[in-house]
Write a protein that binds this ligand. Structure first.
Ligand code: XMP
Length: 430
């Protein structure tokens, strides 16, 4: 079923996202498009019911105010302009619309129907994917993160075995993480899944490398090489699935918004491996991606997975990675996650993990002196990861986690809790 849509044209306002969200919360689908969309492109979007032009602080680009093509006013769609006095629109507002004014425009002027929901969205995307891909094949790097997992589930729904997923285990995954990717995608959703156990290869390359940036470079570069090798083994792949979501597009910079950070999905593939992209989540916000995953039947543990850095436990096993300390990070992290879930903190705390530094401290075990590693627990809350405050974890919960780590994790004789907010500390240690 086709969903009614309100199009927001981006004239450089940072409020566009908030407006799109408000409209979606009213049950009407809304997309943001560049200001210079042509009437032809606009007419190609299906079920457009109205257009919002929103000027703003970034409207000046290279000293010139950007504007929409005059021909757009002739397309016959109801238009609302915000902070854009020259526009020939039905409705004008001087600032971010109050909910009532927006509601009035969406329902009374545009006569849009509140038929946006995940079921309809998935149905639309499935149809679009089938149209785009035809009988060709799609390749997807499936890390097990929220975005790539939801894309995989969507593509499986749309094209089944025409999708090949590649899961690269770089040996820096959390405990049972690769196993759960295999269980969900191969055993439950019957996906074509290639599992690459590259742990030895990554650990070999990382051996003796202590510099954090160097470690990141090796992990990122090696990941692309492994993925590329797998891609070359497959025949007749024309498309690459990507878990791009709406905030990635905003952060990478639109025509008016400045770039926040470069977006890194599976970039960096060699020039001769050319794929057309399939990005069915690129209009969704993070919470909508989670809803979409649940609707597609993914387990809540996968859909509500906390953020996990691409280089994985590699940046939590500080300095040069050793197997001994990597196991200590993995086992202590698993205990922390289990106890946070038991205490209901997994639904409250934004990110929590353990870190093992590359030094030892003195202790006593079995009446004898020991010289072993320490585990640091970190639990933080944040909205955008730019700044963060620590979670004030209940003393008894911390005690239980500490007791378990000391009893169950080998080569560890001490546990500490990190009290530092960001800034000045970052969330990760490396
Ligand atoms: P920092 O340590 O910069 O972390 O305060 C902010 C957020 O980003 C995550 N993070 C990464 N994610 N690749 C990623 O995909 C990385 O190299 C990386 N480094 C940090 C971190 O876990 C936190 O959520």
């Amino acid at each position: 079923m086709k969903q009614d849509m309100i199009v927001i044209l981006d004239l450089g306002s940072t409020e566009n996202t908030a407006i799109a969200r408000k409209i979606r919360e009213m049950g009407v689908y809304s997309e943001i498009h560049p200001h210079d969309i042509s009437p032809q492109e606009l007419n190609r979007l299906e079920n457009v019911r109205g257009i919002i032009l929103n000027g703003g602080e970034n409207r000046m680009v290279d000293g010139v105010a950007v504007d929409v093509s005059p021909a757009l006013y002739e397309c016959g769609f109801p238009m609302l302009s915000i902070d854009h006095p020259t526009a020939r629109c039905e409705r004008k507002l001087d600032s971010m619309p109050e909910d009532d004014a927006l509601r009035d425009f969406v329902f009374e002027v545009c006569r849009a129907q509140a038929n946006w929901n995940m079921k309809n969205f998935i149905e639309d995307q499935v149809e679009q994917i089938r149209r785009q891909v035809g009988d060709k094949k799609v390749l997807l790097a499936l890390s097990g993160g929220v975005d790539s997992s939801v894309v995989a589930a969507m593509l499986i729904r749309a094209i089944g075995k025409q999708l090949t997923c590649v899961h690269v285990n770089h040996g820096l995954m959390r405990k049972n993480e690769s196993e759960s990717v295999i269980e969900v995608f191969r055993n439950q959703l019957h996906a074509n899944l290639i599992y690459v156990d590259a742990a030895e290869r990554f650990l070999g390359k990382l051996s003796g490398v202590a510099d954090p940036e160097e470690k990141r470079k090796i992990i990122g570069g090696e990941f692309i090489r492994v993925f590329e090798e797998e891609a070359r083994k497959l025949e007749g792949i024309d498309f690459l699935g990507q878990g791009t979501i709406y905030p990635d597009i905003i952060e990478s910079g639109t025509k008016t918004a400045k770039m926040v950070k470069s977006h890194h999905n599976v970039g960096g593939l060699p020039e001769d491996l050319k794929f057309e992209l399939v990005e069915p989540l690129k209009q969704l916000f993070k919470d909508e991606v989670r809803d979409c995953g649940l609707e597609l039947g993914l387990p809540a543990s996968m859909v509500y997975r906390q953020p996990f850095p691409g280089p994985g436990l590699g940046v939590r096993c500080l300095g040069a990675i050793t197997r001994e300390r990597l196991e200590a990070v993995r086992e202590s992290d698993a205990i922390l996650r289990e106890e946070f879930a038991n205490a209901g903190l997994d639904k409250k705390v934004w990110q929590y993990f353990t870190v093992v530094p590359d030094f030892k401290s003195v202790g006593v075990k079995n009446n004898a002196r020991c010289f072993e590693y320490l585990v640091i627990i970190r639990a933080i809350n944040t909205v955008d990861a730019m700044s963060a405050s620590i979670e004030r974890v209940d003393w008894d919960v911390l005690q239980r986690i500490t007791d378990r780590i000391l009893a169950e994790v080998e080569n560890v004789n001490r546990v500490c809790y990190d009290m530092s907010p960001k800034p000045p500390a970052t969330i990760e240690f490396e």
